[in-house]
Design a protein around this ligand. Structure first.
Ligand code: SAH
Ligand code: SF4
Length: 335
């Protein structure tokens, strides 16, 4: 099913006929429905995947010269309310099931193979070489389903991806990071976004529960088991908010015990966000301070923004059960 992208039991000719017959009678293979597929000018693909009435999530494929990365969603909406994130602004509906998470890889794989005329490729000839759990939702808040899905990604009889090529991004759920390092230690990215607790409490509110010091020691513990010898710190660049020279120096100070790389993400705007993207010149100065201190720093290129597929722009459709959007409207009406 995963190896060859087959969902018709009759096509599974490498298993016994009697077993095929049994499966046909007793099992059902239903991929999630694709509501919309869009292709950007730069080759980025986005699928809007329906889950149930009124809800959908987004999956994005980013082709590069040396790899193809699929960005997968883990929840419908997100409950963690990071202020610069459009998913966080939408509220939360529910966790995705294992079928809905791994189904995104199944759909993307099948669709890209068909598009390229590569249906007959073996699973070792991968169009999707890397997976990042960086779509909608906080993957560690849907722990069991995300871990089971990642185990299927790593399984040689399914997708056979190496642990180094599957990256989970978290806003810093420290207790679950400790579990992950035992259960399924994949590459880790941590959404840091602020170099001190006062600012991070505002931008990434889960910081109030797991402040920076605790987060850093959790990263150190994770690295003992991680498939790579560094953590990637993601840092969204918000104009005048977290992008000054002083912030860069504070950042160097808080990460000093954690082998790491930095990924600076120019803020991707969405309507009524209240934030603006840092100026190019400020991003360069910030990057150079980190580089001069000896760190590897990448500035994430915005891909697929003509189809709203860039980081933090994934909206899907979320029937908000937290009534957060309603609260916000009321507050705005009062203001
Ligand atoms: N919930 C997880 C993974 C999903 S978000 C997490 O927070 O890490 C993937 C990355 O995109 C995170 O680093 C997130 O902070 C960042 N992001 C969210 N909104 C963004 C925006 N508007 N512009 C740029 N990056 C954003
Ligand atoms: Fe959730 Fe991540 Fe967005 Fe924060 S940045 S609201 S954790 S999806």
């Amino acid at each position: 099913m995963h190896h060859f992208g087959v969902n018709d039991v009759e096509q599974m000719t490498d298993i016994a006929k009697t077993l095929r017959e049994k499966l046909r009678m007793e099992a059902e293979i239903t991929p999630p429905t694709v509501q919309l597929e869009q292709v950007s000018d730069d080759g980025t693909h986005k699928w809007l995947i329906g889950t149930d009435a009124g809800n959908s999530v987004e999956t994005v494929f980013i082709p590069e010269d040396d790899r193809g990365t699929l960005c997968i969603s883990s929840q419908i909406g997100c409950a963690l309310e990071c202020t610069f994130c459009s998913t966080g602004r939408q509220g939360f509906n529910r966790n995705l099931s294992v079928a809905e998470i791994i189904g995104q890889l199944w759909i993307a794989n099948k669709s890209l193979r068909q598009e390229g005329g590569y249906e007959m490729l073996s699973a070792n000839d991968r169009i999707i070489s890397n997976v990042v759990m960086m779509g909608m939702g906080e993957p560690l808040a849907n722990y069991d389903n995300v871990v089971t899905s990642m185990q299927i990604m790593l399984d040689d009889s399914a997708y056979g991806l190496s642990r180094r090529r599957v990256t989970l991004s978290t806003s810093g759920l420290v207790n679950q990071m400790d579990r992950l390092k035992e259960d399924c230690p994949v590459a880790l990215a941590v959404s840091l976004h602020a170099p001190n607790d006062a600012l991070r409490d505002v931008l990434v509110p889960i910081n109030k529960k797991y402040p920076i010091k605790e987060l850093m020691t959790a990263c150190e513990r994770y690295l003992v088991k991680a498939p790579r010898d560094f953590v990637t710190f993601e840092y969204v660049m918000l104009d005048g908010v977290n992008d000054t020279v002083e912030h860069a120096h504070q950042l160097l100070d808080i990460v000093r015990n954690v082998p790491c790389k930095f990924n600076l993400i120019p803020f991707n705007p969405f309507p009524n966000s209240g934030y603006e993207t840092s100026k190019q010149s400020h991003i360069r100065v910030f990057r150079d301070i980190l580089m001069q201190a000896g760190y590897v720093v990448t500035v994430r290129k915005t891909r697929g923004d003509d189809i709203d597929a860039a980081c933090g722009q994934l909206a899907g459709k979320v029937l908000d059960k937290t009534k957060r959007s309603l609260k916000r409207i009321n507050i705005e009406a009062i203001a």
